[in-house]
Every structure is written in C-alpha cells, then in structure tokens.
Design a protein. Structure first.
Length: 323
C-alpha cells in the first residue's frame, strides 16, 4: 500500500513539473509585442517622407507653371474673342447691306447662325464678295482658328492642373503617414540615441568659396540653427532644396525647386573635384546640400532637426553651379 502511494506521489510531482515548464514557455514574449525599432529604421522612415516631400515640391512647381499658362491663355482668349466679335460684326454688317442692295436668298440665314463654321460657310457661298471682303473673311477665319486652338489648350492646362493637384494631395498624405511613423518610432528609441540623432554642428564657417558660391555659403551660414519644415523655402524654416534655392538665389543664380532638378541644372563633377559652393546630393536625388570644403556640408536635414553642418557621409552625387 505504501509503495502504491509513493508511485502516485512521484507521478503527481512529475506532472506538476511538466505543467509548470509548459506554462513558462507561454510567457516568454507577449503575443502583441512590437518589433524593436533601430536608428536605421527611423532614419529610413524620415527619408521616405523627404522623398515624398521632394515629389510634392516638384508638383507644386508644375502647378505654378500651369497656372501661369492658364493666365496667359485666358488673356489671349479674351483678346481673340474681342477681335472675333468685331470682325464678325463688320462682315455681317457688310453682307446685310449688300443683301439690301442685291438679295441673296436663303444663304443669308447662315449669317445669323451661332456656329462659326456655318457662318464661314455662309460667307463663302456669297459670290458677290469683293476682294477686300474676301481678305476680311480670311482674317476672320484665321482669328476663329486661333481662338479655338487657344480654347483647346486652356482645357488641356485645366485638366493637367487638376491631375497635378490630385497627385500632390496623394503625396502630402504619404508625407504625413511616413512622418507620423518616423516620429513614433523615434520616440521609442533609447534617449541617448535620440540625443545623438538630434545633435548637430552649428559652428559657422566664414569666407568659404568664391564668387556666387561664396555668397550662397554665407547665406546658408546665416540660417544655421533654423528648423527644418517640409516644403519650406524660408525665411525662418527650410527643407533641403529650399535652402539651396534661396542660398544661390541670394547670389543672383536662378535654381529649380527640387533636389533632382537642381542636380539636373548643374554640371556633374567627381568627388575629388569638389570645392566650396558645389552641390552634394544623395544617390536617390532626394536630398541636397552645399559643400563647404574640408569634407563638410551645410544642409537642412529633417523634421526635428535644424540647419546644420555635417560630413560627406551618404552623399554620392556632386555637381557644380555655373562653369
């Protein structure tokens, strides 16, 4: 009897141990635990937001250009419409007068048509037109053709503007989403890593470069410590291409709005050729800065940071403004 009880006791003990071990296996990690976030993850999220920002900058430039074209087209249409009305009235009055002197029959009814093609057909059917009136008809037809062409162009510009606005809104939503993610991930980092990421060199460098490059550097230096803001071109906040745009603008050099376009508008050089005032960009052409010499660059980095000086690490595209 005692032996049987001893066996039962050992069995219970073994089962209890197995249950305890099994239970411990299920509390190693919570089911909904978020994956660990690294500095690299956060930098990648900020980079994706900056890529979207540069796309928006380009679309905004397209919209500004389309709006100028719309304004020009509307002005031309107004001028052509005025000429069209005057020429039509002059021709119509002349034909009515001729009809009173020499009836033309049903052909004259075409002259009251609101359709310009019918009006032209009606005039062409009148054999009694003299040479001067034929010249007037030719001029009127040319005016009509120009007017219709500009009206078609206006419609195209309006459609393109609508499409660009829709694309820009989509990219702005992408910026917001990527920035929210980057900010949330950043806040999950160790405070010491956060401090390292937000640190920067704000020690000004004087008298660097020459010519327009020297003025551009001096302008950028005056912005050291000012905040990064998506789409900003100053005077108190900047994005990367906005800083380059205004820096060289202060030197009388007109630059495109986006990093990609700024690289495209300047001459490619090698890293060994770099001199103060040259532009340096990421290989993706989503970020750009101004070279200061000595392996240093001034740039507007990302939200949460300020215009700062950094090293050349990460830059692989090098260009020169002007010659």
């Amino acid at each position: 009897m005692l032996r049987k009880n001893a066996v039962s006791t050992r069995t219970i003990a073994i089962v209890g141990t197995v249950v305890a071990v099994s239970a411990s296996l299920f509390v190693i990690a919570p089911v909904n635990a978020e994956p660990e976030v690294t500095r690299k993850d956060v930098e990648a999220a900020f980079h994706r937001a900056e890529v979207a920002n540069e796309v928006v900058n380009g679309l905004d430039e397209d919209q500004a250009r389309l709006k100028r074209r719309l304004k020009e087209a509307k002005a031309e249409i107004a001028d052509l419409t005025s000429k069209y009305d005057v020429q039509r009235d002059e021709l119509g009055s002349a034909i009515v007068q001729q009809h009173l002197e020499q009836p033309l029959g049903p052909t004259v009814s075409l002259l009251t048509s609101s359709d310009s093609s019918d009006f032209i057909s009606g005039l062409s059917a009148i054999d009694a037109l003299n040479t001067n009136r034929a010249d007037a008809l030719e001029t009127f037809d040319a005016t009509r053709t120009s007017l219709e062409k500009r009206q078609a162009q206006l419609a195209e510009h309006e459609a393109a503007l609508k499409k660009s606005k829709k694309a820009a809104d989509k990219e702005r939503d992408k910026i917001k989403a990527e920035y929210r993610k980057a900010k949330a991930d950043f806040e999950r980092l160790n405070p010491s890593i956060q401090a390292a990421m937000n640190g920067g060199d704000y020690t000004p460098i004087e008298n660097a470069g020459s010519g327009a490059g020297k003025q551009a550097i001096a302008f950028a230096m005056a912005q050291l410590g000012e905040p990064y803001v998506y789409g900003a071109t100053g005077p108190n906040s900047w994005d990367c291409s906005g800083l380059v745009l205004r820096a060289y603008g202060s030197a009388g050099v007109s630059m495109p709005r986006t990093a990609r376009a700024q690289v495209g508008a300047t001459r490619r050089i090698s890293r060994s050729e770099l001199r103060p005032g040259d532009l340096v960009a990421y290989g993706s052409l989503s970020h750009i800065g101004i070279y200061l010499g000595g392996g240093k660059v001034i740039h507007a980095p990302r939200p949460g940071k300020r215009v700062e000086i950094m090293g050349l690490n990460g830059y692989s595209v090098f260009t020169r403004v002007g010659g």
